[in-house]
Design a protein around this ligand. Structure first.
Ligand code: ADP
Length: 224
């Protein structure tokens, strides 16, 4: 009787450890980076993925706007760059984002919308997370003519101080110069997926979900 109870206890302990181990392998959080020019649709897809996957969507643009509205030191320093259509310096962005990543809700994965935007940010992020996350990078590609058209519509609705044609021109120029090289950076690491941003939002969402599901299947079949 005692022997039987002991063997049941040992079996339970064994199952507990094996499951715990598998869980540890499978639970490397998925981080989805959305790359794309201003108005390419990153924000729309981030909101969709947040709902669908039940993970937070972190937008550095939004975090900056919150800081700005709350008149924090960071917000006040950042606004001079934002309103010129320039990128906010890497150290400011990295400090702000890494602090947000310390919050518990990011443990099961998250979406990055508008980060990284420079090679320096991408490298600093990589150095911070190492191999603790599973990265998937989606580049939403759209022609400038479409981006301008969308910004015109958005400017009327949202009244963002940086959504004017002149500032958009500058944002696009800086995007091409500073952010577009990240496409090659992630492609060379075999992490990049391309999406045509001229398609409608629902079609893009289902294409992104198909990429994520493929990735999850590949991860499940490669873990021991
Ligand atoms: P959009 O993608 O339409 O340009 P965002 O809300 O992502 O809009 O960004 C607004 C502005 O905030 C940018 O033009 C830039 O000045 C600043 N910003 C946001 N994210 C970053 C970042 N990762 N690095 C530097 N600046 C950023």
């Amino acid at each position: 009787m005692v022997n039987k109870s002991l063997s049941i206890l040992y079996s339970c302990i064994l199952v507990f450890f094996v499951c715990g181990h598998l869980e540890a392998i499978n639970s490397r959080p998925l981080v989805i980076i959305l790359l794309g020019a201003p108005a390419s649709g990153k924000g729309t897809q981030a909101a969709f993925l947040k709902e669908k996957l039940q993970i937070p969507a972190l937008s550095t643009g939004e975090l900056l706007r919150e800081n700005r509205n709350n008149k924090t030191k960071l917000g006040l320093e950042a606004e001079q760059y934002i309103d010129k259509g320039q990128l906010v310096p890497d150290e400011m962005i990295l400090g702000m984002l890494f602090e947000r990543l310390n919050e518990k809700d990011t443990q099961k994965g998250y979406i990055l919308d508008g980060f990284p935007r420079t090679l320096g940010q991408a490298e600093a992020y990589s150095a911070k997370v190492g191999s603790s996350v599973e990265l998937l990078v989606i580049n939403i590609d759209a022609p400038d003519s479409l981006l301008f058209e969308r910004i015109k519509g958005r400017a009327q609705k949202e009244q963002r101080s940086d959504d004017t044609p002149a500032i958009l021109e500058e944002r696009l120029k800086n995007y091409r110069l500073q952010t577009a090289p990240l496409v090659e950076y992630y492609r060379s690491q075999h992490l990049l997926y391309q999406i045509n941003g001229a398609e409608d939002a629902a079609k893009i969402s289902s294409q992104i979900m198909a990429i994520i599901q493929d990735k999850q299947r590949a991860l499940a079949s490669s873990s021991p």
